[in-house]
Design a protein around this ligand. Sequence first.
Ligand SMILES: Nc1ncnc2c1ncn2[C@@H]1O[C@H](COP(=O)(O)OP(=O)(O)OP(=O)(O)O)[C@@H](O)[C@H]1O
Length: 591
Amino acid sequence: MTDAIETPAEAPADEGRAPLRRLWFYARQHLPLLITGGTLAFLGGLIGLVQPIVAMDVIESLETGESLRNPLLILVAAVLVGGALEAFGPYLMQRTGQDIVLTVRRRLVGSLVRLTIAEVDRLKPGDLVSRLTSDTNLLRTVASTTVIGGTTAVFMLLGGIALMAWIDLVLFGTTMAMIVLVSIIMTLIMPRIRNATTASQAALGEMGSILERIFSAFRTVKASGAEDIEIGKLDVAAREARDKGVMVAVWEALAGVMAWLPVNVAFLIVLGVGGARVAAGTMTISSLIGFLLLLFYLMGPISSLVAALSQLQTGLAAIRRVETVADLAHEQPSNGASISANNGPALLSFDNVTFGYGPGLPQVHHGVSFEASGTGLTALVGPSGAGKTTVFSLIERFYPVTSGEVRVDGTRVEDWPLAALRGMIGYVEQDAPVLHGTLRENLLMAAPDATEAELAEIVKRARLTELVASLPDGLDSAIGYRGMTLSGGERQRVAIARALLRKPRLLLLDEATSQLDAANEAALKQTMLDAADRTNVIVVAHRLSTVTSANQIVVLDAGRVRAVGSHTELVATDELYRDLAASQLLTADSH
Ligand SMILES: Nc1ncnc2c1ncn2[C@@H]1O[C@H](COP(=O)(O)OP(=O)(O)OP(=O)(O)O)[C@@H](O)[C@H]1O
C-alpha cells in the first residue's frame, strides 16, 4: 500500500510524541467544555448511587409507618436530576468531540487549499479528501474517551492503589507487580493498534485516490473498458482497509484481555498469600476482604484506562495523517511588500530565466528572455514540450524560478503580494477547467463582486449569449461535473469570460490544441482580439490564425527563445518557425 504523503512504514517508531502534543493542542482549546461534560457525566453516575440508598429508606419507612413524602421527593428529584445529567453530560462530550473535529477540519481545509502547486502535483487528491473526512472523524470520540475517561480512570486507580498500600504493604507489592506487568504488555500492544489504524486509514485514502482517478477520467475508463480493472483495485484497497481494521480489533481485544488477566491472577495470589497471612495472624480478615474488594474495584478504572489508551492510538494515527498536510509546503500569501498598481496593461518581462520542475527533473527553461508590454497580442509558439505553458506558471508564481527574473511592472513576481499579483492576471488554461456548479458560479469565481451589468457584458464579449439563452435556467443552469455538459469550445469561452470578468491587466491564454468547429474558432479568436485591444494578452498559440494576428511572436525551442518578431519577419528569418507554420500551426488552422 503506497501513501502519497508518507507510508506508515516510513514513520520512525518514536514519532508518537509529536502527534500527542498536536492532539493535546486541539483538545486544549475545548478544555472547559470537556471538563464540564466530564463532571456532569460523573455527577450523573453519583446520583445513580443515591437512588438505591433512598429506595432502601422508602422500604424502611413502609415498615415503620413513617411519612414517605420526603424520601419520595428525594427519589423523584434524583431521577429528574440524574436523567438530565446523564443526558446532558454525554451530549456535551459528543458536542465537544464535534467541536474538536471542526477545529481540526478548519485548519486542514486552510492547509489543503493553500498547498503549493508543486506539492499537489505529487499528491493524490483522493487521499487528501479522506484525510479531511475519514481521519478527522476518528478524533470525534478520542478526546472525550481519552481525555475524560483516561484522566478519571487515572485518579480512581491512584486512589485505589493508595488505599491498598494503606491496608497491607505485602499484598500491595504483589498487586503492583501485576500492574507493572500490565503496563509493560500495554506498551507493546499500543503501537500496534496505532500502526494498524494508520494502515487502515491509508487504505481508505487509497480508495479515495482510486475513485478520484476513475471519476476524473470517467469517460476514458468506460471507453477503455477498464471498469473491472479499476473495481479490482478498489477491492484490493477495501480489503486492505478491512484487514487492517480487523487487526485493530484484534490488538484492542488483546489489550482488554491482557489487562483483565493479570488483575485476576493478582486476585488469586492475593487470596492465597492473604489467606496464609490471615491464618498466620499477621493480617485481619477484614483487611483481606477490603483488599479483595479494592482489587475488584480497580478492574473498572483499569479497563477504562486501556480503552482510553486504545482510543488514543487511533487518535494519534489519525492526527499524524491529518498533520502531515500541515507540514507540506504552503504558499506564502504575501511578501509584505505594498505595490501600487495602475489599471493599464501590465508590463511583463522574462530576464534570463532558468527553471526546472524539481530536483532530479530536467531543466525546462535554459535562459528565457522576452518582453511584452502595452495592449496587444504576444504569441508564444514552439514545439510540444518547449516550455510555453511553463512560462505562464512562472508568471502566476505557481513555481519559483531557479535563476533569472520574471518581472511584472518592473517588480519581480516574488516581491509582489501573491493576491495582488494573481488579482491582476486572467489565466485561461489549455483544458479550460470548468467546475461543478452553475454557469454563474463559474463566471463569478474570480470576481465575486462583479455586477449583473458586468456579467452581461462579459457574456456578450465571450460570445456566450446564445449558450446562455439555450440553457434551461440561463446563467443559473448547472453545467455538470467539470463542465461536462458543455462543448470544448463553450468551456474555453466560459474560461475566457471568467478571466475577463477579473478585468485583468495581463491575460494569459493557453490555446486548446484540440480542433474546434469554425464558428467556435472564430468566436474565440474575436474574443481574444477584443481583449488584446484593452489589455496585454499573451497566448500560447496553436493556430496560424492566432499567430498571424499577433503583434509579436516569441519562438521557444527546448527552453530557449530562439526568435522574436512578426509572422512575416519570422517566416523570412526563422527556419523552425517556418516549419511550425507549415506543419503544426497550419494543420490546426485548417478551417
Ligand atoms: N508539473 C510538472 N512537473 C514536472 N514536469 C513538468 C510539469 N509540467 C510540465 N513538465 C515538463 O516540462 C516540459 C515543458 O512543459 P510545458 O507544458 O511548458 O510545454 P509546452 O511547450 O507548453 O508543451 P505543449 O505545447 O505540448 O503544451 C515538458 O517536458 C513537460 O513534460
